[in-house]
Design a protein around this ligand. Structure first.
Ligand SMILES: Nc1nc2c(c(=O)[nH]1)N[C@H]1C(S)=C(S)[C@@H](COP(=O)(O)O)O[C@H]1N2
Ligand SMILES: [Mo]
Length: 399
């Protein structure tokens, strides 16, 4: 598929029928490897059957085996997460506007055609929920009980946020840029979902207002017709159905910045389970992670020489090295890194392993990023179950 840029920008697209989100009847279910881990699989509009955490608001997880199929996560399999139950069932892209206001010299009201007049840029980047793998937190914590599939990697096309900010003209008083989308709470008292970035981060080369995902319009559930993409940062900042950009002269103190999505301001951003009263900071860049994609913990493998395959990513320095260990993390050897799609992308890797009959096969994988960070052996704890990036170990039986 090679759609012209205008195809993403004009027209009314991605519509659902009015009313409740239509959901196909339950097709099947999956059992995650933790207590209370049974989840239905259901197909939502523009999506293949996905693992359902909650239908309203939609929280849909990508079945992990999908990550073995390629470096790019298909749009119809890309995870979905909304906070507020009231999300538009349909958006008219021709009528959609992004307002730019606050500490600017020239407030703007941008149509999709206005975006088309700015230089188009493209970036391949991982979108990972702050709470990805939260269900593996020990002790467990409240919040969406995601396994490892609240992440995906896509090619995002759009315009630089900086180009928009430069057109509006930031006043010297500009401190943070706040982003809001079309979704809202059912009750007026529910805090609207708004996220903010420091001006320096927002003006980065790679932060884009994206109108295409994998060379197609965004699925409605992933933010049609336009969303923020902040490569290297947890996806809480990747505001969907972007409708307002407000330049603030202060550090944003709305609920979603001041109270939610914060991590301990401590070494490793961890605290002892049950702690309270410690200082916190807003969550920020992705932590380096790696996974095996052609094995699942508790699965089976054939004896003999087997190929291990997987993915690794970090917060934007790029993957330097991936190693595997088959002896209980005593010795490690390098995996082969596959094609580089850029420093924000999944990096695929492969390694051969000698699998013998008789005992379970136990394999661990560890990535190191270009910034020198690597994965911890044991996971630090925080009350929201954010930032998981411990070394993953897979124990499989041999057939
Ligand atoms: N408008 C809006 N944008 C949003 C959210 C939201 O609730 N509303 N949730 C954020 C969070 S926490 C995540 S994890 C990502 C999920 O992106 P996806 O649904 O495209 O995978 O959207 C982000 N952008
Ligand atoms: Mo998230």
């Amino acid at each position: 598929m090679n759609l012209g840029r205008r195809d993403f920008l004009a027209g009314t697209g991605a519509a659902f029928a009015a009313g409740a989100l239509p959901v196909q009847a339950r097709a099947d279910s999956v059992q995650f490897p933790f207590a209370n881990g049974e989840r239905p699989l259901m197909a939502f509009p523009q999506k293949r059957p996905m693992i359902v955490l909650t239908p309203r608001p939609p929280q849909l997880e990508t079945p992990f085996a999908l990550f073995d199929q390629g470096v790019i996560t298909p749009n119809d399999a890309f995870f979905v997460r909304w906070h507020l139950p009231s999300i538009p069932q349909q958006v008219d892209a021709t009528a959609h506007r992004i307002g730019v206001s606050g500490e600017v010299t020239t407030p703007l009201l941008l149509s999709m055609d206005d975006l088309a007049k700015l230089p188009a840029v493209e970036v391949t980047a991982v979108n990972e929920c702050s709470g990805n793998s939260r269900a593996l937190s020990s002790p467990r914590v409240p919040g969406g009980q995601w396994f490892n599939g609240a992440m995906g990697n896509a090619v995002w096309t759009g315009v630089r946020l900086r180009d928009i900010l430069d057109r509006a003209g930031l006043k010297p008083s500009a401190k943070q840029i706040q982003f809001d989308g079309l979704d809202a709470g059912v009750f007026p008292a529910t805090p609207d979902f708004k996220k903010s970035l420091d001006v320096g981060v927002a003006r980065g080369d790679d932060v884009i207002v994206a109108y295409a995902m994998n060379v197609a319009p965004l699925p409605l559930l992933n933010g049609y017709p336009v969303r923020l993409v902040v490569p290297g940062w947890y996806s809480t900042y990747w505001v969907k159905m972007l409708s307002a950009i407000t330049v603030l002269d202060h550090v944003d103190d709305n609920f979603w910045m001041k109270t939610a999505y914060r991590i301990p301001d401590t070494p490793d951003n961890a605290v002892a389970p049950g702690s309270s009263g410690f200082p916190t900071i807003p969550i920020n860049r992705l932590r380096v992670r790696s996974f095996i994609t052609n094995l699942s913990d508790g699965g089976t493998i054939k004896r003999g020489t087997q190929e291990l395959r997987g993915i690794a990513f970090d917060g934007g320095s790029g993957i330097k090295r991936v190693e595997v260990s088959t002896d209980g993390s005593t010795t490690w050897r390098d995996a082969t890194l596959e094609r580089d799609y850029g420093k924000y992308s999944f990096r695929r890797w492969n390694a051969a392993a000698d699998v013998r009959a008789g005992t379970p096969f136990v394999v661990a994988v560890r990535a190191t990023a270009n910034d020198g960070t690597t994965q911890p052996v044991t996971q630090g704890w925080n009350p929201s179950g954010y930032l998981r990036n411990a070394i993953e170990t897979y124990k499989v039986s041999v057939s």
